[in-house]
Ligand binder design. Sequence first.
Ligand SMILES: [Zn+2]
Length: 297
Amino acid sequence: MTSLLPVIQTIHGEIAGPTVAILGGVHGDEFEGVLANRQIRNILQKSLRRGTVKFAAPAHPVAWNASTRESPTDGLNLARVFPGDMLGSPTEQIAAFLTEHLIKGSDLLIDLHSAGRNFDMALMCGYLDSSPELSLKSGNFAKIFDAPYTWKHSGPPSPGRTISTAESLGIPSIYVEGRGGGQVRIADLQTYVAGVLRILHSLSMIDACPSSSTDSVWVSGDGNTDEGIISTTSGFFCTFAEVGSHVSTGDLLGEVIDAEGLLCESVYAPSSGIVMLMRRATRVLVGDTLSIIASQL
Ligand SMILES: [Zn+2]
């Protein structure tokens, strides 16, 4: 049987230095992270001067080949099973492999996601604000990445993620989300690549990088895409608000209507803030995530 494990590519600079691990395609329906990884690798093959960069993209090859969020082999979401289990199901084995060979020993983990097929997300760089020392480091890397939105997640990390595993190993980490939807926008891809190059430049690993062009909007709150504003009915979610927009408490985000076109529920913003996520997949079941609003800092 062919290996289901991802390939880890490594590039060394001429001078010893930090090790940065970059993931893409943890979810197989997220194209930006994998393509950005390839472009970053192509650039670093000629320009990495100091340190080591390790790439695993696609991190979940069978899901990538099928363009699915979960594994077509065992149905598991790779971003929910870290740190993994070498003796577990295929997806748990991939997580264990990446924990052992990519995350451990790194000085920084960068996990490039996007909203995938089911969601729409503002282009953002997020980090965990848990342990003070790591939070300071991760927050500084997020600042250097300089995405249009920077999301500081307070409270205990959601389990099973790459960044929660990095946190438990004492390694700073950031992750990136983008518009997704099965579409890759060139400007988004350039933002991913430029943000990573700025971080490598800040670590003196490369000599030059694109200058930052955004004035990042900083937001806080839980970014767990399994939670947020949940549908209490089943039907068809029709959206009103756009990601990146400001909403006030009680503003309409969307409506769930049934197959006859009748209103099942109106979905309102429970708080003021920035719309960071809107559901893109129209058919919804009770319990599905519809939107996430984050408070502006
Ligand atoms: Zn993802």
